[in-house]
Write a protein that binds this ligand. Structure first.
Ligand code: C2E
Ligand code: CA
Ligand code: CA
Ligand code: CA
Length: 284
C-alpha cells in the first residue's frame, strides 16, 4: 500500500506546473523563514478535569509570511515534511517551545509544553540526543516536555520508531499519540509503545455534538468509552481535542476523558495572551 500522504499517479495538467512552482517558491521561503524568525508558536491549553486547571499546553506553529500574510500550518507543514527541512524546522520550534517553557518555569508556573513531531522526526536515531541537548540549553526538565506524534508516523518503520520513542521516554519525555483513532495501527500498538497520553481525534469528539442523530452520538460515545476503558490498564491519560461546547465537555468527562483541549477552553494564542488564572502556580 502507498504510504500515507503519498499521491497516486495523476493526469498532467497545465496548472500542475504552476502548483509545483508555487510549492518550490514557498519551500525556499520557508528555509529563509527559519533564519528570519517569521515562525511563531501559539499555545493552546489542555484543561485537566480532575484539577480544573491547565497543566499543559500544545504549541502550534504560525507563519507570518512577508508577502502572503499569516499562513496556517496545513499549508506549509506538509511542505516541510516532504523534504529534509522538517528536521531543522522541528528543531527550531522545539527550541522556541522550550524557551517559552523556561519562561513559565521562571514565573513560577507549573506547565508542560507539547511539541508536534512529524513522521520523519520519529525515525531519526539522533532525535533523543537532539531533544536532550535542547532541554539542557533551555534549562527545562524533561518532565515538562511532551512530544505529540500521530499513529500514521509509526507505519513507516515501526521498529525504528519504537526504539526512538523508548529512548525519549527513558530521558523522561512524555510521548503522546495524536489524532488517535484515525490510523490503522491503533490498539495493537499501544501495548508496545511507551505512550503516556492519547489524544482522541476531533472527528470522534464532533460526533457527540447535538447536531448528530442520537444513534450517531451513541456510537461516538461508545468509541470514546472503549478508549478510556483502556487507560488504566495501559497507564495512559486521555485528552479530547477540538472540544467546542460545554455540553460535549460534560459528556467527555462522564466518558472518562482526563483532559480537554479546544475552543471551549481557549483558542491557540501567543503565550502572553493566555489566561494565566487557569494555570497551576507554585506556592513557595
Ligand atoms: P493537530 O496537532 O491535530 O492540532 C490541532 C488543530 O486543531 C490545530 O490547528 C488547532 O488550532 C485546531 N483546534 C484546536 N481546538 C479546536 C476546536 O475546538 N475546533 C476546531 N475546529 N479546531 C481546533 P492548527 O494550529 O491549524 O494545526 C493544524 C495541524 O498542523 C496540527 O494538527 C498539526 O498536525 C500541524 N502542526 C501545527 N503546528 C505544528 C508544528 O509545530 N509542528 C508540526 N510538525 N506540525 C504542526
Ligand atoms: Ca497535535
Ligand atoms: Ca490532533
Ligand atoms: Ca491533526
Amino acid at each position: 500500500a502507498a504510504p500515507p500522504g503519498s499521491r497516486g499517479p495523476v493526469a498532467y495538467t497545465a496548472s500542475m506546473d504552476e502548483g509545483r512552482a508555487e510549492r518550490v517558491g514557498l519551500l525556499a521561503d520557508l528555509h529563509r523563514a527559519l533564519e528570519d524568525e517569521e515562525l511563531a508558536l501559539h499555545y493552546q491549553p489542555k484543561l485537566d478535569l480532575a484539577f480544573g486547571l491547565v497543566t499543559s499546553v500544545e504549541s502550534l506553529v504560525r507563519w507570518d509570511h512577508p508577502r502572503l500574510g499569516r499562513l496556517s500550518p496545513d499549508t506549509f507543514v506538509p511542505l516541510a515534511e516532504s523534504t529534509a527541512l522538517i528536521e531543522p524546522f522541528t528543531h527550531h520550534l522545539l527550541g522556541k517551545a522550550l524557551h517559552q517553557a523556561r519562561r513559565w518555569q521562571d514565573q513560577g508556573i507549573d506547565l508542560s509544553v507539547a511539541v508536534n513531531l512529524s513522521a520523519r522526526n520519529v525515525v531519526d536515531p539522533e532525535l533523543p540526543e537532539k531533544v536532550a541537548a535542547a532541554l539542557a540549553v533551555a534549562g527545562v526538565p524533561a518532565s515538562r516536555l511532551t512530544l505529540e506524534m500521530t499513529e500514521s508516523s509509526m507505519v513507516e518503520d515501526p521498529r525504528r520508531t519504537i526504539e526512538v520513542l523508548e529512548r525519549l521516554a527513558a530521558i523522561g519525555v512524555t510521548i503522546s499519540l495524536d489524532d488517535f483513532g484515525t490510523g490503522y495501527s491503533s490498539l495493537s500498538y499501544l501495548q508496545r509503545l511507551p505512550v503516556r497520553e492519547l489524544k482522541i481525534d476531533r472527528s470522534f469528539v464532533r460526533g457527540l455534538e447535538a447536531t448528530h442523530s442520537p444513534e450517531n452520538v451513541a456510537v461516538s460515545a461508545a468509541l470514546i468509552r472503549s478508549i478510556t476503558a483502556l487507560k488504566d490498564a495501559l497507564g495512559l491519560r486521555v485528552v479530547a481535542e477540538g472540544v467546542e461546547d460545554h455540553h460535549v465537555l460534560e459528556q467527555l468527562r462522564d466518558l472518562g476523558v482526563d483532559l480537554i483541549q479546544g475552543y471551549v477552553i481557549s483558542r491557540p494564542m501567543p503565550a502572553d495572551h493566555l489566561d494565566s488564572s487557569m494555570f497551576r502556580w507554585h506556592t513557595t
